[in-house]
Design a protein around this ligand. Sequence first.
Ligand code: NAD
Length: 348
Amino acid sequence: MRNRVTLRAERCLVAGGAGFIGSNLIRALLSKGMIVDCVDDLTTGRQSNIAEFRRNPAFRFIKLDVANAQGCSRLLRRHYSQVYHLACPTGVPNIEILGEEMLLSSSTGTYNLLKVARRTGAQFLFTSTAEAYGDPEVFPQAESYAGNVDPVGPRSAYEEAKRFGEAMTRYYGRKHGMDVRIVRIFNTYGPGMSPNDQRVIPQMIGNLINGEPVPIYGDGSQTRTFLHVNDLVAGLQTVMERGANGEVYNIGGSKQITIKALFDAVKKATGLGGTAAFQDHFISDHRGRWPDTSKVEKLGWRQKVSLDQGLREIHAEFLSSMDLKRRVEKGVVASLGKSRNQSTLARP
Ligand SMILES: NC(=O)c1ccc[n+]([C@@H]2O[C@H](COP(=O)([O-])OP(=O)(O)OC[C@H]3O[C@@H](n4cnc5c(N)ncnc54)[C@H](O)[C@@H]3O)[C@@H](O)[C@H]2O)c1
């Protein structure tokens, strides 16, 4: 889709825009007529996620590590009205591999991006995580719950990185009279995830398609909630536009489901058969996660996409991308350039 770039259009910065959530957010912002600068160092993001925007004059990609202060000083010359900070490596297996990058992108990276936002009076939104609650002892988790986090535990590089980012956002925002918000994102899935993604839904669907056993950690009784990325993107924009300054908002799915029950739901929605391989977690797992979303609902946000609908969509997307890959390998199709997003759901 092409946008007319006008002098009056708002310019947004999306850090981490080549990632799963960032690329879905960019699509939504462009469709609203905004100009978008996407900053990403491609640690866990993919060029293919942003390939569809490349020819849009309202879109610009800047390859940059947000933890690099000198690099970020380039951004000080540009005028933004909104800055979304999503830049952080993700994936539980990456905590051991990219822990340092998680800590730096959420600490120094947050500081650098806050300075960019302050310079032009932009609104700033920091994306935190449900993992900021650690292994919660209170259900559901409201924003006022301080969590149960081990600062030197096996998942602490991610958990404490995000907690530091929240503290920095709140403190710096207050000190400099800025307009800032924090969103704690709970498990989100949807188009734009790679079939090789180790997060639970793509891993289950990818393994079932490939006829491989699906790893389930422990006895599978741990709970999660799941939110379609369209709903998350709508929530991020709701908080940016209508959220209160300095406040924290949970955004996530409303229904708790055990991982064992999720496995059954995936098989039912996709019609795929397969077995689970129960095993010990390779790091450590949290027993449950369940957001209290009443605060963001007061802003008018609601979850709209059901889990069943979303699972069927991601299954269809994986099948079509795998089919295209096979055809490219056989030389039937020239490139993967226009491969993505054969989505059955409306884009946000
Ligand atoms: N997907 C979820 O379920 C979920 C849940 C909780 C929180 N979050 C948060 O939402 C944000 C986006 O997550 P996602 O699922 O899209 O993950 P993702 O890994 O697909 O996207 C993160 C993006 O940030 C980029 N990045 C990482 N470090 C960077 C750096 N130093 N400089 C510039 N770019 C950098 C990556 O290359 C990637 O494109 C992350 O901050 C993540 O912690 C996601």
